[in-house]
Write a protein that binds this ligand. Structure first.
Ligand SMILES: Cc1ncc(COP(=O)(O)O)c(C=O)c1O
Length: 411
């Protein structure tokens, strides 16, 4: 069973529709000639189908591909009953994160959140409290209510420009925060995206799951970037078999329409959001827009039909192999590639280990002139990221790598 949180609909006798959107009435002006009785019966089904039914169908589908599937695939897992999800829809990714933060506060009664250095969760005032980079936070600090505590994000040991993470140190730092503050949630990207395509070691998410269980906190996974096959699985948490309490989805959910979702384990959502007795305390005018819901349903079908998760895993391995071969004998620039599935970054550093920001930005500009869009990521904008559509062909990928290689080694 899946549910949308807090939407209802009713119809006036005058042929215009009233939509009860979580606590207040919003009239959808659709005046028309009063239809014949038989038309009315049919039309009602159609209109309702086009609005709330699509939203409910998508909520059902999101539960199916997350908590229901995880429970089925991991019968031994610690996932608690009930094994299905409930959904809060929003428009932007940051709003899905804020829905998760609100859910964690309401469900646990604890305000604090542990997040990670380099983490990016969006720029709304709630999400900004958990987004790490000073560039985004500093101008607004006077209005931020600091409830986020940042811990170092461990980066897998094979990234040659950095040292291996010490998960024991991370555990003790987190435990110290749990003892000092009331922490209701850990919020994390399974692979940091805008932080520089940072892949943590496989023990990282299981460790966070353990910490949350030990301290009665919720594990919120921000899979807005990594979700829907980007890393070679439906969701990046599946690489380590960790099941979150709440998962935030956006971006590829629709592949182009502003729709996002916070999917939570049903008991957590019910604890946080009991039935509204008046005006809903969390809503938004356009949440769960039917066009977006239809796009998301089609998108999920296409990912299944074209086996895009598997494709992302295979092409990602090929891409990483190609990028790892790029060397520039004429230059002392240090080039290192990393990634998971079709979420890959190539980091450029100077011989002294400092970020080669201007070289990375110049390369991206040159590539743009050649018809390739790459983005700089990471605190120092020295990571060139590859996050192509999952439908890209191997030949197209190879051509993009060849161009990047030319720009980095000969231009
Ligand atoms: C991991 C992650 N979370 C949240 C967001 C914010 O999403 P939006 O820009 O749709 O608000 C982003 C956007 O890049 C993201 O990468």
């Amino acid at each position: 069973m899946a549910d949308c949180v807090g939407t209802r609909q009713r119809r006036s006798r005058l042929g215009c529709e009233w939509k009860k959107v979580s606590g207040f009435d919003r009239r959808v002006w659709r005046r028309r000639r009063r239809p014949h009785k038989s038309e009315r019966r049919q039309g009602r089904a159609k209109t309702d189908g086009n609005t709330l039914a699509l939203k409910a169908q998508l909520a059902r589908e999101l539960s199916r591909i997350t908590f229901e599937r995880w429970a089925k695939e991991n019968p031994q897992s610690a996932i608690r009953n009930p094994q299905w999800g409930k959904v809060i829809f929003s428009n932007s990714g940051f709003e899905a994160v804020e829905s998760a933060l609100k859910t964690a506060l309401l469900a646990t009664g604890k305000r604090g959140v542990i997040a990670f250095e380099g983490g990016y969760h969006g720029l709304g005032y709630g999400a900004l409290n958990a987004t790490h980079r000073e560039h985004f936070r500093r101008p607004f600090r006077p209005q931020l209510r600091a409830f986020g505590h940042f811990l170092p994000f461990p980066i897998a040991a094979n990234v040659n420009s950095r040292t291996a993470p010490d998960l024991r140190r991370l555990t003790s730092a987190a435990t110290e925060i749990f003892h000092r503050e009331k922490i209701g949630a850990i919020l994390v990207e399974p692979v940091q995206a805008r932080g520089g395509i940072n892949v943590p070691p496989p023990e990282f998410l299981p460790l966070l799951r353990k910490l949350c269980d030990a301290h009665d906190a919720l594990l919120i996974l921000d899979e807005i970037y990594t979700g829907f096959g980007r890393t070679g699985k439906w969701f990046a948490c599946e690489h380590s078999g960790v099941i979150p309490d709440l998962i935030c989805l956006g971006k590829a959910l629709t592949g182009g329409f502003p729709l996002s979702a916070c999917v939570g384990r049903a008991d957590v959502m019910d604890a946080a959001w009991p039935a509204s007795t008046g005006e809903a305390i969390h809503t938004s005018t356009f949440l769960g827009h039917p066009v977006g819901c239809a796009m998301a349903l089609a998108q999920i079908q296409e990912i299944q039909r074209l086996k895009l998760c598997e494709r992302s895993a295979v092409l990602g391995k090929f891409l990483l192999g190609e990028l790892n071969r790029i060397r520039n004998p004429q230059s002392a620039i240090r080039i290192s590639a990393r990634g998971l599935g079709l979420m890959v970054g190539i980091e450029l550093n100077l011989p002294n280990g400092k970020p080669a920001t201007s070289i990375a930005l110049a390369a991206i500009k040159k590539l743009l002139h050649r018809g390739y869009i790459f983005l700089p990521e990471g605190e120092y904008a020295n990571v060139i990221s590859f996050t192509p559509p999952l439908t890209i062909s191997k030949a197209q990928l190879a051509k993009a790598v060849a161009e990047l290689k030319k720009v980095l080694t000969t231009d």
